[in-house]
Write a protein that binds this ligand. Structure first.
Ligand SMILES: Cc1ncc(COP(=O)(O)O)c(C=O)c1O
Length: 417
């Protein structure tokens, strides 16, 4: 069948599609060590809190029937918007009202809307792009443009910060912002690298964005105040020129499909209008569980006392497994500052990261090859073929075994040259 340009652009194979399919599929042979995908861990205390929140909804007369039996307005569930607004004002001191928040069906949908709202062809024919200040950047952005060529991105500076550890830094002097840029966007913490932009980097990006009158989009899927998967000090940031996107997914509710856009009114109103056209309104079920978790104070307590320490422990464990299995090899890991991934750089890897991914998949280990994480980047940079993203959200045994197999395979490859 012939598909339209829109169909050809969106109904095609994509990195994010492969990744989501890998999450669900086995390899067909033997056990699977799932170190791919972006699924959060099952944390018993978080699951208990979600259970209890749902029970409270079920026990209130008529509450469940209202949740499942009625559409919310296109801006999203008013109770969740109120609760979020109160929390963000109190906890972070942001001067926002309910008009500054719009909900979406997951934050992935929010990025689809925002990128195509602020990038693409404008009246008069000007074409604007979304500037990603550095790659590697989130794989899920790559194919979101309705038009081709929606992103422009930049190579970071690489700083070695410890033995076998490096950190990417935004090369602020190389960024070129002109009338062909419609917005600047960065994930913080960054998926896939676990980098967290410093406060100074954010301040300078904000300055740059405001100077050129384009919004700065901060993808806060892993950040403060929830799920707070941050292992370093990083101040949350918002002003009228910033669009902060959040999500209920990474704290343990990926199927709730609740994304949160915090922005000036003109943006949130546009998101609400797009919701009405694309999806009518986001899920009320996810919103009602989220509201309960916020109102009870659980979301902040769990994020601070359970979720962050849980992932920090898992991160240390995964790092020590990698160190053990890659000992003596020319590898480096990005300093893990947040999210739940290790970004592994295998320097001078004799095959591409895609080939390594396939070899590992044959042996039951699923990771994500690094070359997918370079949206809008056209430079020939061998680095993009030398990296892998490894999730450590699975249980420790899976991580341990998966990394042992990875270590063996990589050692074999280097030995064979
Ligand atoms: C950085 C980042 N942003 C956004 C998303 C989208 O998440 P969701 O649509 O579940 O809110 C993800 C999911 O992996 C992510 O890692």
């Amino acid at each position: 069948m012939q598909f339209s340009k829109f169909g050809q652009k969106l109904a095609c194979r994509s990195g994010i599609g492969e990744l989501m399919k890998d999450l669900a599929a086995g390899t067909g042979r033997g056990p699977v060590y799932m170190l791919g995908g972006g699924n959060p861990a099952h944390i018993p205390e978080v699951e208990r809190a979600c259970h209890e929140a749902t029970e409270r909804i079920l026990s209130q007369s008529g509450a469940f029937e209202k949740v499942v039996g009625e559409y919310d307005p296109p801006q999203g569930n008013p109770a969740l918007i109120e609760a979020l607004c109160e929390m963000l004002r109190r906890r972070l001191g942001w001067a926002i009202g309910p008009q500054n928040i719009a909900l979406t069906s997951g934050s992935q949908t929010a990025f689809f809307m925002l990128f195509n709202l602020l990038g693409g062809t404008f009246d008069g024919g000007t074409k604007k792009r979304i500037l990603l200040p550095m790659v590697p950047e989130y794989i899920g952005y790559t194919d979101l443009g309705i038009e081709e060529d929606l992103f422009v991105s930049y190579r970071p500076r690489i700083e070695f910060v410890a033995d076998h550890q490096f950190k990417y830094r935004v090369d602020l002097d190389s960024l070129r912002v002109d009338e062909t840029v419609g917005a600047i966007c960065v994930s913080r913490p960054t998926n896939p690298t676990a980098n967290v932009l410093t406060d100074e980097e954010v301040r300078r990006l904000d300055e740059l964005a405001r100077r050129h009158r384009v919004p700065l989009i901060l993808d806060n899927a892993y950040g403060l105040p929830f799920p707070n998967i941050l292992f370093t000090d990083a101040a949350p940031f918002w002003n009228e020129n910033t669009i902060v996107c959040m999500s209920l997914s990474k704290l343990g509710l990926p199927s709730a499909r609740i994304g949160i856009v915090i922005a000036q009114k003109e943006i949130t109103a546009a998101v609400a209008e797009m919701n009405a056209i694309i999806t009518l309104t986001p899920s009320g079920i996810g919103a009602s569980i989220g509201t309960e978790l916020i109102r009870s104070g659980q979301i902040e307590r769990l994020s601070r006392e359970v979720i962050r320490p849980f992932y920090e422990r898992k991160c240390r464990h995964a790092l020590s497994c990698l160190e053990e299995h890659l000992k003596g090899l020319p590898y480096a890991v990005h300093k893990p500052e947040g999210a739940f991934f290790l970004w592994l750089w295998l320097r001078g890897l004799p095959i591409s990261s895609e080939q390594l991914y396939r070899r590992l998949k044959e042996q039951g280990v699923i990771v994500v090859p690094g070359h997918y994480f370079f949206p809008g980047f056209s430079e020939d940079w061998p680095h993009r073929q030398e990296c892998l993203r490894i999730s450590y959200a699975a249980d420790e045994q899976t991580v341990e075994k998966g990394l042992a197999i990875l270590g063996r395979e990589v050692r074999r490859l280097y030995a064979a040259g």
